[in-house]
Design a protein around this ligand. Structure first.
Ligand SMILES: [Fe+2]
Length: 153
């Protein structure tokens, strides 16, 4: 039998549950530990940017987080492309194009932020989140077998 509800809840109504903007799913795993780790880090940086946007930080603070995200994204793409090359993955070139297009897009956004023409919006955040999820699920997962077989990872 259930005990009656206490008159006052032990959870303060003022305490809000913080839900991350983007959460890791097992389905995102590409079966290569180092790449999964880097993807988790990218997710964390997208969440960090989202938090900074929600907190209404100064343009300088936002620009700093954006720079961090772009820098890490570039290093991650370079690493991924290196492994794809090492294992002779045949889809390297079109994959590289996808990477380049994203970097160009966020760099042009960064330039607009720098000159005050644009600011972070939920629309941009959703774009980043959807791009990463779709890219992992539809493009990155295609190299899994080749990388695992060749033993480069
Ligand atoms: Fe990729």
């Amino acid at each position: 039998m259930h005990s009656p509800q206490p008159a006052t809840s032990p959870i303060s109504p003022k305490r809000s549950i913080r839900i991350a903007f983007m959460t890791w799913k097992d389905d995102y795993s590409v079966g290569v530990a180092e790449i999964d780790q880097q993807h988790r880090q990218l997710l964390d940086l997208i969440n960090k940017l989202h938090d900074a946007m929600k907190a209404g930080g100064s343009p300088t603070a936002l620009a700093r987080v954006l720079e961090e995200l772009i820098g890490y994204t570039r290093r991650h793409f370079t690493f991924e492309e290196f492994l794809m090359k090492q294992c002779g993955y045949p889809g390297l070139e079109p994959h590289r194009v996808q990477h380049r297009q994203l970097v160009e897009k966020i760099e042009s956004f960064q330039a607009e932020v720098a000159c005050g023409k644009a600011t972070l919006s939920l629309r941009l955040m959703s774009f980043l989140k959807d791009w990463l999820a779709l890219h992992i699920l539809e493009s990155d997962k295609q190299y899994s077998r080749d990388m695992q077989r060749s033993g480069v990872a």
